[in-house]
Structures are given as structure tokens and as C-alpha cells.
Design a protein around this ligand. Structure first.
Ligand SMILES: Nc1nc2c(ncn2[C@@H]2O[C@H](COP(=O)(O)OP(=O)(O)OP(=O)(O)O)[C@@H](O)[C@H]2O)c(=O)[nH]1
Ligand SMILES: [Mg+2]
Length: 318
């Protein structure tokens, strides 16, 4: 409450002063005439944010706004070793969706969030029939190709395998053996020009053309060059195969090099031997990779698993 004294020659003038200074809500607390015959008034007005103790007054209770508690999800993402910057992006997405769509279930939130954050495509999507697989040595390129060819066979899609791997001894005989079992055509080419010609020919005959490349060390420029001249020779969905259990920082650095030479999709391998998928989420978010499939077994017959927002959410919360 604010109190103020006023002095005026008569009552109407005093009241006009009160209204002008304290407003129309002011009340007169005391009034008297002084020795000079003037009116002395004390007036008061309540402050707007003053707390009222009036028991009769009704307090309007507004419903509290739903606030999503991201504690459990934060813990899960920490366990998986997701990069901080990616973790905060995921959590912000989940908080926003929780408030906007009134969703409280972590799995549902993550599923929607991943569906918005990442791009998912079927490995057998024939809009781009040429698929080129790249990665570090032993990352599962040839196995993923054999699995894709197997899946294509089941779907009655004709496929052809082209190998450019002249690095690892026995690499081609291994793929040739797979191709023979599946009744799939197998070619080996040594040069970018040879690859271009083989792909042009294969595109006319097959629904899918799967290209294997030599495993390279992404931190050695000479080795990167070996694959980059191949990626420049053909148009293809460029797929990076990567051991899902890699250290997150290492994985992002490696993926960054492959992204520079054209990789746009991530195909995680050895998911059966992995508990933490922070590296995959971080790579996909930082390098803007889509997911096209995942390898969850060394067995060719078991094929590849499809990946979507729900599958990733399940892995995070498992
Ligand atoms: N458990 C498990 N093993 C896998 C998986 N994918 C591949 N492997 C195994 O990993 C090893 C390497 O796989 P490859 O397909 O030969 O790898 P690569 O990238 O072609 O290797 P290089 O041609 O030498 O560069 C093999 O022993 C595969 O059986 C998987 O999803 N799970
Ligand atoms: Mg290989």
C-alpha cells in the first residue's frame, strides 16, 4: 500500500490532487483542517501486485503447463556415449514434442524425434539402383554386399556385384563364391574407367548394382584417394559401413572423411556385438547421413535389418 499526504485550500481541490497522483482507486485515510484553514488529507492506494489476505476473495487456479522431465532419457543418451551437442538436440526435440503433442512416453518421443532428425531409406530402394559400399578395412563391406544380394534374391530383384577391391588377398574369391551360390553376376574391375563401363552395362541388365571397394585408412590421403577416384567415376548411393561399437569421437572423425568423398548413408555393422549406439547417432547427426540398413549378424543368410526411428529408439532405451 502507498500512503501520501495532500494539502489544499478546499476539499474539492484536495480530492482532485488525490485522483491525479494516486488514481481513481485511492481511498481517504484521514482528513483535517490545519491552523491556516487548509484541508490536509492522507490518501492510500493498493499496489497492483500486493498480496491480498482477504479470505472471501476467489483465487483463479490456472492448470500447470505440462513439463517433460528428460532425466531418464538424458541418462540413456549418456550411457550410449552420444556427443553432447547431439544429445542436447535430441532432448530439445523430445521436450518440444512432449509439450506440443502432449506425449509423455520416452519411446514414442524418441521415435518421433529420430524420424524428424534422420533420413531412412530401404537398402533395396531402386530409385538409385547403384550402391557403392565403402569403409575402413574389416568394417563389413563385403558381408553387407552379400547380405544385400541375398535380400534382393528373396525379393526377386536381379542384382550384380562389382568388386574394385584389389587390396585384400582373397577378397574377390570370397565375393565370387557368394555370387555363385546366389546365382548373381560378379565382375572385378581395376580402374575408375573400368568401373564406369561395368556400371553402365550392369544398369541396363540388373535392378541393383552393388559395388565393393577396398578397405582404406581414412587418415592417409593416398588411401582415401583410392576410393575417391571410384566415387567420382559413378553415380550411386554411397554407403559407409561402420562397426557400431566404435568410439564416438573416432567414428565421427572417420565418417567425416568418408562424407567428404561422397558417403551419404550409414550401414552400421556388428550391432549384435554392440550395446552402445552413441557413435551411430552422433555420426548420423554430425555428418547428415541417412540410415539404409544394419547388420546384426555375421551370417549372410540372416540378411540385414531395416532401420527406422522406432528401431533406434528401442536400442537407446533397451
Ligand atoms: N558378428 C558380426 N560379424 C560381422 C558382421 N558384419 C561383418 N562381420 C564379420 O566381420 C568380418 C569382416 O567382414 P567383411 O565383410 O569381410 O569386411 P570388409 O569391410 O569387406 O573387409 P575388407 O574387405 O578386408 O576391408 C568378417 O569376419 C565378417 O563375418 C555383423 O553384423 N556381425
Ligand atoms: Mg571386403
Amino acid at each position: 500500500m502507498r500512503l501520501k499526504n495532500f494539502t489544499a485550500p478546499d476539499m474539492p481541490t484536495a480530492l482532485a490532487q488525490v485522483r491525479e497522483v494516486l488514481g481513481a482507486d485511492a481511498v481517504i485515510v484521514s482528513q483535517e483542517k490545519n491552523a491556516a484553514g487548509q484541508i490536509e488529507l492522507t490518501a492510500a492506494v493498493e499496489d497492483a501486485d500486493e498480496i491480498s489476505f482477504n479470505r472471501d476473495e476467489r483465487v483463479e487456479v490456472k492448470p500447470a503447463r505440462w513439463k517433460y522431465d528428460d532425466g531418464r532419457l538424458r541418462e540413456s543418451l549418456d550411457y550410449h556415449g552420444v556427443l553432447d551437442i547431439v544429445k542436447e538436440r535430441i532432448l530439445a526435440g523430445c521436450r518440444k514434442m512432449s509439450v506440443e503433442a502432449n506425449i509423455r512416453d520416452d519411446k514414442e518421443l524418441l521415435t518421433h524425434c529420430f524420424a524428424q532428425m534422420f533420413h531412412f531409406q530401404d537398402i533395396l530402394d531402386c530409385r538409385q539402383p547403384v550402391k557403392l559400399f565403402m569403409g575402413v578395412p574389416g568394417s563389413g563391406k563385403s558381408t553387407a554386399i552379400a547380405k544385400t544380394a541375398t535380400q534382393a534374391k528373396i525379393q526377386k530383384l536381379s542384382a550384380c556385384i562389382i568388386s574394385t577391391d584389389n587390396v585384400r588377398a582373397g577378397a574377390n574369391s570370397q565375393l565370387q563364391a557368394f555370387a555363385d551360390i546366389l546365382g548373381t553376376d560378379f565382375r572385378f574391375v581395376k580402374t575408375p574407367r573400368g568401373l564406369y563401363d561395368a556400371v553402365e552395362e550392369a544398369r541396363r541388365k540388373y535392378s541393383l548394382v552393388l559395388i565393393d571397394t577396398p578397405g582404406i585408412n581414412p587418415f592417409l590421403a593416398d588411401e582415401v584417394e583410392k576410393v575417391s577416384i571410384l566415387t567420382e567415376a559413378v553415380r550411386a548411393d554411397m554407403i559407409l559401413t561402420m562397426d557400431a561399437g566404435k568410439n564416438t569421437f573416432e567414428a565421427v572423425e572417420i565418417a567425416d572423411v568418408f562424407a567428404e568423398i561422397g558417403a551419404r548413408f550409414l550401414l552400421p555393422t556388428r550391432l549384435d556385438l554392440t550395446r552402445r549406439i552413441g557413435a551411430l547417432l552422433s555420426v548420423a547427426a554430425c555428418c547428415e547421413f541417412g540410415f539404409c540398413a544394419a547388420s546384426v549378424s555375421s551370417s549372410i543368410a540372416k540378411g540385414l535389418s531395416s532401420v527406422d526411428g522406432e528401431a533406434l529408439a528401442k536400442l537407446v532405451l533397451a
